[in-house]
Design a protein around this ligand. Structure first.
Ligand code: F6R
Length: 608
């Protein structure tokens, strides 16, 4: 997380650096800062909190200079204060950093012993001190950069200015992404191509271990051994425009309401609606032949993967190994090189997901990426890319990316079933017809449930804890409901498999505990109703989200029942995701939290 940018040119840079930071605010918004070299001196402005505070600071105290670096922070080491905000300055060196320097404590001790004075609580400051020391001790700037990179371990995207060289930015990548942008007499650096889109679409991505010396006429790239290397220049397709909220109060609301449209784009990529079949979208993974599938992701994307597991196992009879990426990579799972692995990520940059991908690659598996950002590192390192086509998702809480991930996984599972002979042609046609119905039904649900959800949200906003329950694919959906609620309203929530309730969580039930039960009238419905009886018997307040048949069949006294249309089982998770998202959204709105940028979070998580 954290976003970094740099510009070296002939025109003033500070305004453009802030403009680029605006496109990177999804990577963190704890503090922001800009440094330039003006009149041979390093200067900086920094501000705690959102970027708007830095903009205000720059209006009061503008910053001149035609070379500069800038940063938007997601705090890892040190509180999100101005003192800890990047750029960090030491003795003629300025540094911005995305990632974690893992051996910072040892380096800090060593530097302190040789007289360095640390002014922040960050890990990054050791980079500035090391560079300053090496340079002071007589190394040239490039030599100092190379020597520093050999000392630091961990993950980093770095941009560095030396006060005594007002024409060069140095950069390095090991882990978090870093892109060099080629302009006309100007060069750019950014955490992604989106940040640089207003300036250039000609991009060179650094790969891990690369470092670069960037002047206004071009860049020299080196590997970790100091050898000159060439990396391809490519034309980026990302859009330069800033997406706006339209008539919505928040991006999250807009993105919830966009779902019928984006799902229909996503499905269009994977489905032939004339013949009612799934189209083959990549030759790189032969689902007919793979003995098993590994799935991994983080957060909401992981929960989409968990629902995908049910589908791949049910429709394609394909055994699925799934875990959150931060565990997957360390579990030493025995993996067969004949298998395939799918990694699900909206951003395509999540550090743990990327590390799991590399682990599977090392073990010879074919890699597929289910991603929203096609130019991301995860996409670039995969054999097959399955785009989810959700469009830019700005709200930190994932909504439309989740349902698009589900739509793509559903299509892939049906396609895999067909390829493996476990789904007949007639079954495929029926499943595809159900998927094709989804955008229309989503529209219908979004138009009808709002008043009831608002009423219910007002009550939820007064609660301290909430439980979500479900069975089958509604179990991961229960966890997604809880995740959505807690991340944007800060109400404590947990999602459980309904059958697991009596093994512990039932002790939490009393008259103050709302229990949201996700129960379409599927093959598990009667069992879920029994679990609801257990909750009701203990005074729990049940909020039932079901369909028309379920509402008629359940004779329970619920606090609220949200009734959705009857839908086929394969599309139920996407349809039932809508009231769950709206419930979290409206509860957060009632509570007055920062819905689009909830505290402590960032949209792209590039640290482990
Ligand atoms: C929750 C949310 C996160 C992300 C997770 C993975 O609403 O958005 O849990 O799903 O950080 O991010 P990506 O999908 O970018 O890998």
């Amino acid at each position: 997380m954290c976003g970094i940018v740099g510009i070296v040119g002939s025109q003033p840079v500070s305004e453009r650096l802030v403009d680029a930071l605006k496109r990177l605010e999804y990577r963190g918004y704890d503090s922001a800062g800009v440094a330039t070299i003006d009149g041979g001196r390093l200067k900086r402005r920094r501000a705690e909190g959102k970027l708007i505070n830095l903009e205000t600071r720059l209006k009061e105290e503008p910053l001149a200079g035609s070379i500069g670096i800038a940063h938007t922070r997601w705090a890892t080491h040190g509180a999100p204060t101005e003192r800890n905000a990047h750029p960090h300055f030491t003795d003629g060196v300025a540094v911005v950093h995305n990632g974690i320097i893992e051996n910072f404590a040892e380096l800090k001790d060593e530097l302190t012993a040789s007289g360095a004075e640390f002014r922040t609580d960050t890990d990054t400051e050791v980079v500035a001190h090391l560079l300053a020391k090496y340079h002071r001790d007589g190394m040239g700037r490039r030599e100092a950069m190379h020597a520093m990179l050999k000392r630091v371990t961990g993950a980093y995207a770095l941009a560095v200015l030396f006060e005594d060289d007002p024409s060069t930015i140095m950069a390095a990548r090991n882990g978090p992404p870093l892109a060099i942008g080629h302009g006309d007499g100007e060069m750019f650096l950014g955490s992604d191509a989106i940040a640089l889109a207003p300036f250039t679409n000609e991009i060179t991505y650094l790969i891990d271990g690369d470092w670069a010396v960037i002047g206004k006429a071009g860049a020299h790239i080196f590997d970790i051994d100091g050898n000159v290397v060439t990396r391809p220049r490519q034309i980026s397709m990302v859009a330069a425009y800033m997406v706006d909220k339209g008539n919505h109060r928040h991006f999250m609301e807009k993105e919830i309401y966009e779902q019928p449209e984006v799902i229909s784009h996503a499905l269009g990529h994977y489905i032939n609606f004339i013949e009612n079949r799934v189209t083959a979208v990549s030759d790189a993974i032969d689902f007919a032949k793979v003995p098993s599938l590994a799935l991994s992701a983080c957060g909401t994307a992981y929960l989409a993967g968990l629902i995908g597991k049910y589908w791949f196992e049910r429709y394609a009879r394909l055994p699925v190994e799934i875990d959150v990426a931060s565990e997957f990579r360390y579990r030493e799972i025995p993996l067969s090189p004949q298998s395939a692995a799918l990694f699900i990520s909206q951003s395509g940059e999540t550090a743990d997901t990327l590390a799991s991908l590399r682990y599977c690659k090392e073990h010879g598996l074919k890699i597929g990426a289910v991603v929203n950002t096609r130019e991301s590192t995860i996409a670039r390192e995969s054999d097959a890319v399955f785009p989810i086509l959700a469009g830019p998702e700005i709200g930190v809480a994932s909504t439309k990316a989740f349902t698009c991930q589900l739509a793509v996984l559903a299509a892939l599972a049906v396609g895999a079933g067909r390829a493996r002979g476990t789904v007949s042609e007639q079954e495929e046609q029926a499943l595809v017809r159900s998927l094709a119905e989804m955008p229309r039904i989503m529209g219908q649900v979004l138009n009808s449930v709002q008043p009831k959800i608002e009423l219910l949200s007002r009550e939820l906003s007064k609660c301290r804890d909430v439980l979500y329950l479900g069975r089958g694919t509604s179990f991961p959906l229960a966890m997604e409901g809880a995740l959505k609620l807690k991340e944007i309203s800060y109400i404590h929530a947990e999602g459980y498999a309904a059958g697991e309730l009596k093994h512990g969580p039932i002790a939490l039930i009393d008259e103050n505990m709302p229990v949201i039960v996700i129960a379409p009238h599927d093959r598990f419905f009667d069992k879920t109703v029994s679990n609801m009886q257990e909750v009701a018997a203990r005074g729990g307040r049940i909020i039932l989200i079901t369909d028309e048949t379920g509402a008629a069949a359940s004779k329970l006294d619920t606090m609220h029942t949200i009734v959705l249309p009857n839908v086929d089982e394969i599309i139920a998770p996407m349809i039932f995701a809508l009231p769950i998202q709206l419930l979290a959204y409206h509860t957060a709105v009632f509570m007055g939290t920062d819905v689009d940028q909830p505290r402590n979070l960032a949209k792209s998580v590039t640290v482990e």
